[in-house]
Design a protein around this ligand. Structure first.
Ligand SMILES: Cc1cc2nc3c(=O)[nH]c(=O)nc-3n(C[C@H](O)[C@H](O)[C@H](O)COP(=O)(O)OP(=O)(O)OC[C@H]3O[C@@H](n4cnc5c(N)ncnc54)[C@H](O)[C@@H]3O)c2cc1C
Length: 413
C-alpha cells in the first residue's frame, strides 16, 4: 500500500515528493521517462520574481496575430480546427486585459518570492550543485519602441513592489560590457536568479529518495479507476497502485489525464526551444533577456543557454530549425563576441499554459483524494519549490502558507 502517489517527475512532482518525504509521509512518484524528462529539462533556468506576469497580457493576442505569418517570429499559433485550442483562445482573450493582469501579478509575485526563498534554503541544505546564482537579470532593448513598452510594463510591476530599475544604454553597457553600442536601454531585474534546471531537479530527486521517497522512472500512468468521489486505483506500465491520495503533476499532459476523470483542466502546450553551447571565453556574467527578440541567455557553469519562442502547435515536439536559428541569430543583434557558438544540445519542451496565466494548485472538489499541481506556463521552474511545498501541505491536511483560491483546480468547470 502506497499512501501517496505522485504522477510526473518534473520540477513540480519532484518538489512535492521532496516536501512529503521530509514530513515522513510514504510517497511514490511515477514518471514515464526519466526524472526531468519534460519541460523541466532544458528551460532557460530563471527563478524570476520580477517576471511575475501572466501569459495573457494586454495586447498579447494582437501581437500574436501580427506574427502569425512570420516563420521566425517568437510567438506563433499554428492555424488549425481544434476545439480545445479554440475554446482555450476564447478564454485567453477574455483574460488579455489590464484588470486581469493587475489581479494576476501580485498572486504570481507572492508565489515567486516564496519559491526563491525555498530555492536558497533547499540548495544550501541539500548541497545541490546546480550553478544557482542570485545575480539579478538584465533586459536589453534595441529599439525605442521596445524600450518604451518595457518602461511602461516596468512602471506597472514597480507599483506591485517589484525591484526593477530602468537603465540608459550606457548604464546597461556598464553593467554588461558585451552589450552592443546600438542597444538603447535596459531594465535591471534586481530580485532574479538562475540555475541549471535539470541539475536542480535531479539533485532534488536524489535528496527526496535519500529521505524515503520511492521514485519509479520509465513507469507510465495508463488508467485511473474511480468510485464515487475517490480515485481507487492507478494502473501503470509497472503495476497497479491503490494510493490514499493522488497528486497530478504531469505538466501539460495533466490536462489529458484529468480528462480521463471527467475533469476540465484547460492547458495548451506552448513549445519553446533552447540551444546550449559551450561557454565562450567572452560570456555574459548574468542572465539576459533580449527584449524584442524574446530570447533569454543564461550562463550555466561551463555552458551558455539561449532559449525562446512560444508556439501553440499542439503536442507536436518536432524541431523547427528556422526558429532555432532565429534564436541563435538574435544573440548577435544584442551582444558582441557571440559569433562562435559550439553547440552542445538543441532541445524543445512544452510549457503547460492555462488560459488565465495562473497555475492550478489545489484539491479537487469532485475527487476528495486528488490534488492537482500543474499549468505553470513559462514560470514552472521558478514556482517549482513553492508549488511542491503547497501541494505537500494539502496532502498532509495542513493549512497552506498562501491563499490558493485563485489557483482553484476546477475554476473552469
Ligand atoms: C524554452 C523554455 C524555456 C523556459 N524557461 C523557463 C524559465 O526560465 N523559468 C521558469 O520558471 N520556467 C521556464 N519554462 C517553463 C518550465 O519549464 C515549465 O513550466 C516547468 O518545467 C513545468 O514543470 P512540470 O513539472 O509541471 O512539468 P514537466 O517538467 O513537463 O514534467 C511533467 C512530467 O510528467 C511526465 N508524465 C506525463 N505523462 C505521464 C504519464 N502518463 N505517466 C507518467 N509520467 C507522465 C512527463 O514525462 C514529465 O516528465 C520554460 C519552458 C520552455 C519550453
Amino acid at each position: 500500500m502506497n499512501d501517496i502517489l505522485i504522477i510526473g517527475g518534473g520540477v513540480i512532482g519532484v518538489s512535492t515528493a521532496y516536501f512529503l518525504a521530509r514530513k515522513g509521509v510514504s510517497v511514490t512518484l511515477i514518471e514515464k521517462g526519466d526524472v526531468a524528462a519534460g519541460s523541466s529539462y532544458g528551460n532557460a533556468g530563471l527563478v524570476c520574481p520580477c517576471h511575475s506576469v501572466p501569459l495573457p497580457a494586454p495586447g498579447m493576442l494582437t501581437q500574436g496575430i501580427k506574427w502569425l505569418f512570420d516563420p521566425e517570429s517568437p510567438f506563433y499559433v499554428k492555424p488549425r480546427l481544434d476545439a480545445d485550442l479554440l475554446a482555450w483562445l476564447w478564454r485567453f482573450r477574455s483574460f488579455s486585459n489590464r484588470q486581469a493582469f493587475d489581479r494576476a501579478v501580485p498572486l504570481l509575485r507572492d508565489l515567486q518570492r516564496a519559491s526563491l526563498d525555498l530555492y536558497q534554503t533547499i540548495i544550501e541544505r541539500e548541497n545541490l550543485a546546480c550553478y544557482f546564482e542570485k545575480s539579478g537579470g538584465l533586459m536589453l532593448y534595441r529599439t525605442a519602441a521596445g524600450f518604451e513598452h518595457g518602461q511602461k510594463e516596468t512602471a506597472v510591476l514597480q507599483k506591485h513592489g517589484l525591484q526593477m530599475k530602468v537603465l540608459t544604454g550606457d548604464e546597461t553597457r556598464q553593467m554588461e560590457p558585451l552589450v552592443r553600442p546600438d542597444v538603447v536601454g535596459g531594465i535591471h531585474y534586481e530580485e532574479d536568479a538562475h540555475l541549471t534546471p535539470d541539475l536542480f531537479v535531479k539533485g532534488l530527486a536524489a535528496a527526496a529518495q535519500a529521505q524515503g521517497a520511492n521514485l519509479l522512472t520509465q513507469t507510465e500512468l495508463l488508467d485511473l479507476a474511480r468510485e464515487g468521489d475517490r480515485i481507487t486505483a492507478v494502473t501503470t506500465t509497472r503495476g497497479t497502485f491503490r494510493p490514499e491520495q493522488v497528486v497530478l503533476a504531469a505538466g501539460v499532459w495533466s490536462s489529458l489525464l484529468a480528462r480521463q476523470l471527467g475533469l476540465k483542466l484547460p492547458l495548451q502546450p506552448a513549445k519553446g526551444y533552447s540551444v546550449t553551447v559551450k561557454r565562450p571565453s567572452l560570456s555574459p556574467q548574468t542572465h539576459l533577456h533580449l527584449g524584442e527578440a524574446k530570447v533569454v541567455v543564461t550562463p550555466m557553469g561551463p555552458h551558455l543557454r539561449f532559449a525562446g519562442t512560444l508556439e501553440l502547435a499542439g503536442y507536436d515536439l518536432s524541431i523547427n530549425q528556422r526558429r532555432v536559428q532565429a534564436i541563435l541569430r538574435a544573440a548577435d543583434d544584442y551582444l558582441t563576441g557571440m559569433e562562435e557558438k559550439e553547440i552542445v544540445e538543441i532541445w524543445r519542451g512544452l510549457r503547460p499554459c492555462s488560459p488565465d496565466g495562473l497555475p492550478y494548485i489545489g484539491r479537487s472538489i469532485t475527487y476528495s483524494n486528488l490534488i492537482i499541481a500543474a499549468g505553470h506556463a513559462m514560470l514552472g521552474l521558478s514556482l517549482g519549490p513553492i508549488t511542491g511545498q503547497l501541494a505537500a501541505a494539502l496532502v498532509a491536511g495542513e493549512r497552506p502558507s498562501l491563499d490558493l483560491a485563485a489557483f482553484d483546480v476546477e475554476r473552469f468547470g
